[in-house]
Design a protein around this ligand. Structure first.
Ligand code: HEM
Length: 492
């Protein structure tokens, strides 16, 4: 419960933030700032917002960069004035890799692509995938995991979410093709991550490791699509729902367009979710009380039956754990835009060409919006304290017309994987292994998240009421659905 003085401080900070403080940095200070941040990006960005304000403009020659960490500014850029912005190309020109896929395209091509894809990501269409997600998790545990052994759980989650995305999209997996795709994605990502922090970059059209990886990736996806065609819809999959729009409306994707979209969904659909799961396991391994409470909820509610798309809705604490992990470690730690026409924030107008970076990483860790922001406290999503949070203070999936298409998919997948794994294993952090967050293309742990797996069984209460294991904390009331944003319409 907050006292009056604390509320005043909170209200003051909110006023302060929603009015957004402008700070302008000029060349010499800009270069100094760049080097300071480059060494220590994530803590550096938080320090910067705290000392310089939540709207920092950096100028270097004609280039302008705006770092934004006020929810009101996020609303302006992503919602109210979204037409004034395009997505920049990113460190390896993601457009070159993903073509006109929905992640990288703009204008009418993007609008049409999003409209054709959306039905496949509607919650009803996703329901049948739940069983597949659980099955693939069980298979990974059976075939790859051994009790007592040590793993980098981020790698494990990447393999698992990749398998889920492949089966969901194409209805099958081919070991060789999957290995080819994964290998080219990870070498492309490594190259992109290194390039992000290079001061001088060669143009993206000069052949390099990134472009070679992109070519390999596109070839492999082409082969997967050919193979899928041969199987002639043997397994229902998400791509067939996307193609469905084609057959009924006549306005469908050409084979080349479908390749761009398939590649986009595969790429966007597993890296981020793997990162989020890796961080969730890390947080649970550091917070035994939360872990015990989660295990208790799963045991009591599921009673030893497998999780499903249906029964996980009755696990509010699991939902809160996922939401809190995405707050503390948002896989997409920064959202970037480039102004294609002038735009205004507050009383200021900014010119075409201004590069804008919005920082979920910083916003999610502001005391103005989240009490004790660095603490892992899933209860904050259940006890009503988030009710008067300003819009866009929580944006792990972005916001506005370009909000994440796969949000429901990812939230279902994360909950199903966590519940399925916890019925069989408890994860312990490897002593001495320090987990450090690193701002790469997604938010990653520098040396991974190393855990040891302890086999266990979450069995239902025996009839005589004897506890099979004792939760460390008592259960409290559940809340309504804390994921307050629903599916989006495509704006016309
Ligand atoms: C926890 C997992 C995930 C997180 C945190 C996440 C986060 C995001 C964010 C922040 C954006 C907006 C980017 C921007 O505005 O610049 C986005 C866009 C997108 N996401 Fe996700 N995502 C996740 C999972 C998925 C999944 C599973 C899929 C598909 C299967 C997916 C597909 C997409 C696509 C296609 C877009 C582009 C939408 C557009 O531009 O219209 N994402 N995601």
């Amino acid at each position: 419960m907050l006292d009056a003085a604390a509320l005043e401080v909170l209200n003051f900070s909110r006023r302060h933030v929603s009015q957004a403080v402008d700070t302008v940095r000029r060349p010499v200070r800009t270069i100094r700032l760049f080097f300071k941040i480059r060494r220590d990006v994530l803590p550096g960005l938080i320090r910067l917002a705290n000392t310089e304000g939540d709207r920092l403009e950096v100028r270097l020659g004609r280039a302008r960069l705006l770092l934004l960490s006020a929810p009101a500014d996020v609303h302006e850029v992503l919602v109210s004035q979204y037409r004034a912005f395009h997505k920049p190309q990113g460190p390896i020109s993601f457009r070159r890799v993903l073509g006109d896929g929905v992640l990288t395209s703009e204008g009418e091509i993007w609008r049409r692509g999003r409209r054709l894809i959306l039905p496949a990501f509607h919650s009803d269409a996703l329901q049948p995938l739940g069983a597949k997600m659980v099955e693939l998790t069980l298979r990974r545990m059976d075939e790859e995991w051994r009790g007592g052994a040590e793993y980098d759980i981020v790698d494990e989650m990447t393999s698992l979410t990749f398998a889920v995305a492949t089966e969901a999209l194409f209805g099958f997996q081919d070991a060789d093709l999957s290995a080819e795709v994964r290998d080219s994605i990870s070498s492309g990502m490594r190259y992109a991550s290194r390039r992000m922090y290079k001061i001088v970059r060669l143009p993206t059209w000069i052949p390099n490791r990134g472009t070679r990886a992109a070519k390999r990736l596109r070839r492999a996806i082409g082969r997967i699509l050919d193979e899928r065609e041969k199987r002639n819809g043997a397994e229902p999959d998400l791509l067939s729902l996307i193609r469905g729009a084609d057959e009924s409306g006549g306005d469908g994707f050409t084979p080349e367009e479908l390749k761009d979209q398939a590649l986009t969904l595969l790429l966007a659909g597993h890296e981020t979710t793997a990162s989020a799961l890796g961080w969730t396991w890390h947080l649970l391994s550091q917070n035994p009380a939360a872990l015990a409470r989660l295990e208790s909820e799963i045991r009591t509610t599921l009673g030893g039956t497998l999780p499903s798309a249906d029964n996980i809705r009755a696990l509010p604490y699991l939902e809160a754990v996922v939401q809190e992990a995405l707050r503390l470690f948002p896989p997409v730690w920064g959202l970037t835009r480039q102004a294609v026409e002038p735009f205004s924030l507050g009383s200021r107008t900014f010119p075409t060409g201004t590069r804008v970076v919005m920082l979920p990483w910083v916003i999610h860790r502001q005391a103005s919006y989240f009490s004790r922001p660095d603490e892992f406290n899933p209860d904050r999503w259940l006890d009503g304290s988030m009710a008067d949070q300003p819009r866009h203070a929580y944006i792990p999936f972005g916001a506005g017309p370009r909000t994440c298409i796969g949000r429901s998919f990812a939230l279902m997948e994360m909950r199903l994987i966590i519940a399925t794994v916890l019925q069989r294993y408890r994860m312990h952090a490897v002593p001495g292994h320090v987990v450090v967050a690193e701002a790469l293309v997604t938010l990653r742990a520098r040396q991974g998240v190393r855990v040891v797996l302890e086999p266990r069984t979450l069995v239902p209460d025996p009839p005589d009421g004897e506890e099979p294991f004792r939760p460390l904390v008592s259960e409290t009331a559940s809340g309504g659905c804390p994921f307050h944003e629903g599916a989006r319409e495509v704006p016309s």
